[in-house]
Design a protein around this ligand. Structure first.
Ligand code: ZN
Length: 394
């Protein structure tokens, strides 16, 4: 497939040419043309940290009872039970529904962090197939952990990261759940695996104070220092949250060219605080941490919370995700400039009418191409009921 398409002119007269999946100076005269005289062309949005495995949660996930009292209880009573209940069918339905809604909201790249302890081998293939089939750009990783079955579990998780086959739409990352659920040996192994796969680490860092306290108990100044000491943070690594990093730690992450990903709705929902120190870094992007990947909603939450916390550097964070994607895929530009990813949307009256990812038309007239969003949702609802039954028995 040539992945060439020309979009426009839009109502401002802009024409964007995509040739071979990348934005080009000059259109391919043989490429199809998508007219959009009453819409506006914009770059696709990037969600820089999420969990496709939680995509069924909006379909009636029963609330934990009693209500979790803190962050660790939220993990133990909700997400760590959900991930243990996942099988291939539920994961596939979850990923497809999440991706379908992301594309319809104009989000063209998802940086995923996956966990399914009873279905490790083959799990990232399920996610890759969903991404390829519906046409979203994705960075995939398994968040290795020892919290259920120890070192063997972590080794299986790391191996699964390496099983991802890279394509024009897919890149693999090495993942750890978080410093507080892995041993020094696993962190060291993750660093070595990053170097052998020539990729970077994706890990939750200092999301809540528990992660910081755990690292201190193990003799490190904090989780960032632990990852650095064990040589597991290659330049470009992706650190989700960083809520409880000090200003100096944020500067250190930035100096190491790591990305910090802010997840405003998730942080607010989990009541873990606002990451005020992220203002000391340049490479800060926006994620949604399993909430729906409508990045306009996430950015509105960011700007609301930033205003109440005196954070004056929030405005560029959504756009920063494009730099992260360019870095991992090797694009020479961002936005709508020649050399950038051919990931483009057309907006009309606040709605996405057209979405193109890597030069492939995936949404037209606000409908998915080659897939039926209603059928995907029906499947998701059916799998959700099965999943809640399994969760109840865990
Ligand atoms: Zn997360």
């Amino acid at each position: 497939m040539t992945r060439s398409i020309t979009i426009g002119p839009d109502r401002t007269g802009r024409i964007v040419a995509i040739v071979g999946g990348i934005i080009a100076e000059t259109a391919d005269p043989a490429a199809p043309v998508i007219a959009c005289a009453d819409g506006e062309i914009a770059p696709g949005a990037v969600c820089a940290h999420t969990h496709l495995y939680s995509g069924l949660a909006p379909y009636g996930m029963p609330p934990a009872n009693p209500t979790p009292a803190n962050f660790i209880e939220i993990l133990e009573k909700v997400w760590w039970r959900l991930d243990r209940a996942l099988d291939a069918q539920a994961l596939r339905a979850s990923a497809r529904d999440y991706i379908a809604n992301a594309l319809l909201a104009g989000t063209t790249s998802l940086i995923d962090h996956h966990e399914s302890p009873h279905f490790i081998r083959g799990s990232l293939q399920v996610l890759a197939e969903a991404a390829e089939d519906l046409g979203v750009r994705a960075l995939l990783t398994f968040g290795a952990t020892e919290r259920n079955f120890g070192r063997a579990e972590a080794e299986a998780g790391l191996i699964e990261c390496g099983n991802v086959e890279e394509t024009p739409l897919i890149r693999r990352l090495v993942g750890l759940h978080a410093s507080f659920t892995v041993s020094d040996d696993t962190i060291r192994a993750a660093g070595e695996f990053c170097r052998s796969l020539d990729t970077v680490l994706h890990v939750h860092v200092a999301e809540a104070l528990d992660d910081v306290e755990d690292a201190r108990t193990r003799g490190y100044a904090g989780p960032l220092e632990r990852l650095v000491a064990l040589d597991a943070l290659p330049a470009g690594s992706i650190l989700a949250h960083g809520v409880h990093l000090t200003a100096d730690e944020v500067r250190e992450a930035d100096r190491r060219n790591c990305w910090l990903i802010q997840n405003p709705r998730s942080n607010e929902g989990n009541r873990i605080g606002y990451p005020s120190n992220l203002r000391y870094a340049d490479k800060v992007a926006l994620g949604c941490d399993g909430w729906n990947a409508d990045m306009a909603i996430e950015e509105a939450a960011l700007l609301r919370l930033a205003a109440t916390h005196g954070d004056d550097r929030a405005a560029g964070r959504l756009g920063s995700g494009q730099r992260l994607i360019a870095e991992r895929f090797g694009f020479s530009a961002v936005g709508l400039a020649p050399g950038a990813a051919g990931d483009v949307v057309v907006r009309k009256d606040g709605k996405m009418t057209t979405v193109v990812v890597g030069g492939r038309l995936v949404v037209r007239d606000s409908q998915l191409i080659g897939a039926d969003a209603a059928a995907i949702e029906t499947e998701a609802r059916a799998e959700a009921s099965r999943l809640w039954e399994r969760m109840a028995s865990l």
